[in-house]
Design a protein around this ligand. Structure first.
Ligand SMILES: Cc1cc2nc3c(=O)[nH]c(=O)nc-3n(C[C@H](O)[C@H](O)[C@H](O)COP(=O)(O)OP(=O)(O)OC[C@H]3O[C@@H](n4cnc5c(N)ncnc54)[C@H](O)[C@@H]3O)c2cc1C
Length: 468
């Protein structure tokens, strides 16, 4: 039987990063993945393919709606070839997942293809796709089995017209009317893709605002911009049934007054969140405990209740984000090597890759209010930037929340072009516990969107914004 220092179950961004770091630190490492491609949700049916579709649909939208005002004329009709678009997306996925295989080989990590399940706390059975089973032994085991789309108890996902994000990345036609249940990140990103490609899109959300976990100012601005893009919103609507009649999907919901509202479309994307995935893992055989929502319980060292078993990523508590899973993979590997790494969960940024992009780090204004923190706000609109006017991407703003007494930056919330990249400046500043004045005194290249960060910092340090 093969023996390893570490065996990692699951090859998503948590698992494969943990594997690389373990190997870099000299551990004999194995990774087990039930699918034939590595990279997990993120690379196969999550972050990467959704961004590929967002980018392609954005080009189309620009071509039909914005090229003309830039003085670009295209004779004839501009058409979408969805099959080709999805083919390109798959090409990006294939290239990226092969890259992970290359990294496994480069770092001499043994890859097992098959379903991993615990035999006991140090042995894992691997059921291969040809039906054969192999057993390996490992001193330490990392559970990185991720998550799957969740649904509501009364909804039957048929994977044809009542779909999850996975099927939404593979549609054969542009829907006429896509009803999106859930106004969170995934529903809004994929809803925007199909809106740009020509579908009518209605987002039905239970809460009174979209992206409910983020700063309320971001929800408000994104709703405003997406309404301009003709996405329809039904907020404070509690979906109570989803039915298919032929090619028609009927969604019934109660609005906040308790009145029934009926939506009819040809596709319904169910984007109500994701659930931790431990099916077939046989955690009981190792004695690993799950909480009542099915998440693996871990302590601050990401150790389960069993001494040599750890868990990371979507299968444990916290934000379901690829970069959070990656940090956790690194943390466990370094701990196993005797180091003392640390993750500041307050500084894990959250991003929505709609256009305009939405990004945030640290505390929201609602959280500061609730905690009774005395704070000040500096805000700057994108439309006041020369760069934004040059590209005609003038929607959005940067908002900095800083401690009223110390001026320390407590949260940064932004919406606008390229905010997914801009948020890194805020993370860096907060990692070094910068004050708003520190940011305001840093030179920011002109003309850039990043100037909005400097201006918001100037605004926070006593109404000193220069260009408004
Ligand atoms: C449409 C969509 C878009 C997203 N976009 C973003 C984004 O832009 N940015 C971002 O940060 N996050 C995004 N996410 C979330 C991100 O994909 C997840 O947070 C991330 O993949 C979690 O990583 P993980 O390693 O914990 O698990 P996963 O990526 O889910 O990987 C787990 C792996 O374990 C394997 N596995 C499970 N059980 C077993 C077993 N018993 N044996 C062997 N293998 C097993 C699975 O097959 C899977 O490959 C998106 C998700 C979706 C669905």
């Amino acid at each position: 039987m093969d023996q390893y220092d570490v065996a990692i179950i699951g090859s998503g961004p948590g698992g494969y990063v943990a594997a690389i770091r373990c190997a870099q630190l000299g551990m004999k490492t194995a990774i087990i993945e039930k699918y034939s491609t590595l990279g997990g949700t993120c690379l196969n049916v999550g972050c990467i393919p959704s961004k590929a579709m967002l980018d392609s649909s954005h080009h189309y939208e620009d071509a039909i709606n914005h090229f003309e005002e830039h003085g670009i004329e295209i004779p004839g009709e501009i058409k979408v070839n969805l099959e080709k678009m999805i083919g390109r997306k798959q090409g990006v996925v294939d290239q990226t997942t092969k890259g992970i295989q290359f990294l496994m080989d480069k770092n001499k990590i043994t890859v097992f293809e098959g379903l991993g399940s615990f035999k006991d706390a140090t042995h894992v059975n691997i059921k291969k796709n040809d039906g054969k089973t192999e057993e390996i032994e490992a001193k330490n085991i990392i559970i990185a089995t991720g998550s799957k789309p969740s649904t509501l108890p009364f909804i039957k996902i048929d994977k044809e017209r009542i779909i999850t994000s996975t099927e939404a990345l593979e549609l054969k036609e542009v829907p006429k009317h896509m009803i999106v249940i859930g106004g969170g990140v995934i529903g809004l990103e994929l809803g925007q893709v199909y809106k740009r490609l020509g579908a009518d899109v209605t987002v039905v959300e239970f809460m009174d605002r979209i992206i409910p976990g983020m700063d309320a100012a971001l929800s408000k601005e994104l709703t405003k911009v997406m309404k301009k893009q003709k996405v329809k919103f039904a907020l404070s609507h509690k979906v109570k049934s989803v039915e298919r009649k032929g090619d028609t999907i009927i969604v019934k919901a109660d609005d906040k007054k308790g009145q029934e509202v009926v939506f009819e479309g040809d596709y319904c994307l169910v984007a109500v969140g994701r659930r931790p995935y431990t099916d077939g893992l046989n955690v009981d055989a190792a004695g690993v405990k799950l909480d009542d929502r099915g998440k693996v319980i871990v302590n601050e060292h990401l150790k389960t209740n069993v001494d040599n078993i750890y868990a990371i990523g979507d299968v444990i508590k916290g934000a379901m984000l690829a970069h959070k899973a990656e940090e956790e993979g690194t943390l466990v590997a370094e701990q196993l090597a005797g180091q003392k790494p640390h993750i500041d969960y307050n500084l894990i940024p959250g991003v929505v890759y709609t256009w305009p992009e939405v990004a945030a780090v640290g505390k929201t204004e609602e959280e500061l209010k609730e905690a009774g923190v005395d704070y000040k706000v500096g805000q700057f609109p994108m439309r006041a930037l020369g760069r934004a006017r040059a590209s005609m991407d003038t929607d959005g703003f940067v908002k900095i929340l800083a401690d009223k007494k110390t001026d320390e930056v407590l949260g940064v919330h932004m919406i606008g072009a390229r905010c997914a990249d801009l948020i890194t400046e805020a993370v860096t500043a907060m990692e070094f516990r910068a004050s708003a004045e520190d940011i305001s005194r840093m030179s920011h290249a002109h003309p850039t969107y990043a100037e909005a960060v400097k201006e918001a910092a100037l605004a926070a340090t006593g109404d000193r914004a220069l260009h408004i």
